[in-house]
Design a binder for this molecule. Structure first.
Ligand code: SF4
Length: 208
């Protein structure tokens, strides 16, 4: 992608590799960063469990990129390595130490991929989620960027109604939207919360 300067000649835009955790979150990231950068989307999420769910989210990512004409890359499904790195952190709550390890693993790979893809910048759409601390993600990204020699672009995509916009765009594009963050432990927490809600509604139902 290139845009004309004041004299009408073409100037190339800076290249940015955008780490994408899922298609719905990517919608806003692509919309907001696509004006300023030549974006390549990158899917690297070995945290996603089970594998069938991983394949589903990956498929939706590819479909979105193809639909919008965005170049994309897909990393390997290093699930064993993810479990090794997060061993001992199984009981951490969301936003705890396990999530930090999980962000770090994915952003490190994104920084490496940015270099391979010839991108001077990298960023992440993880910050669109209301359940994630954008400042923590941005601190990790900046530290990794320094270490790998690629400039990290901080974002807080949930701002300016970013999350609501992602829901709206996902609906328009008919994208699959998951109901848990991604890992086995977040899936278990969601299932336990559902059971708890079911038990509570049963015990307060006057017909029973
Ligand atoms: S809850 Fe989400 S961010 Fe945290 S470890 Fe699991 S998949 Fe990663």
């Amino acid at each position: 992608m290139a845009e004309p300067d004041a004299k009408g000649s073409l100037q190339s835009m800076a290249k940015l590799l955008l780490h994408v955790c899922c298609a719905p979150d990517a919608t806003v990231g692509l919309e907001r960063l696509g004006d300023a950068y030549e974006v390549t989307a990158f899917f690297y999420n070995p945290n996603i469990h089970p594998e069938a769910e991983y394949e589903l989210r990956k498929r939706e990512f590819v479909r979105l990129c193809q639909q919008l004409g965005v170049p994309y890359r897909v990393g390997p499904y290093d699930a064993d390595r993810w479990f090794q790195l997060t061993a001992g952190l199984e009981d951490e709550p969301e936003k705890g130490r396990r999530c930090e390890v999980c962000f770090r693993m994915r952003l490190e790979r994104a920084a490496q991929e940015a270099k391979v893809a010839g991108c001077q910048y990298f960023a992440a759409v993880l910050t669109v989620s209301p359940h994630k601390d954008a400042r923590r993600i941005n601190d990790i990204g900046a530290e990794i960027g320094q270490r790998f020699g690629v400039q990290y672009v901080p974002t807080d995509l949930k701002k300016k109604d970013g999350f609501r916009r992602s829901v709206e765009l996902s609906r328009e594009l008919g994208l699959y939207r998951q109901n848990y963050c991604g890992c086995l432990y977040s899936l278990r927490s969601r299932e336990e919360a559902e059971k708890r809600r079911e038990r509570e509604s049963t015990s307060t139902d006057p017909k029973r």
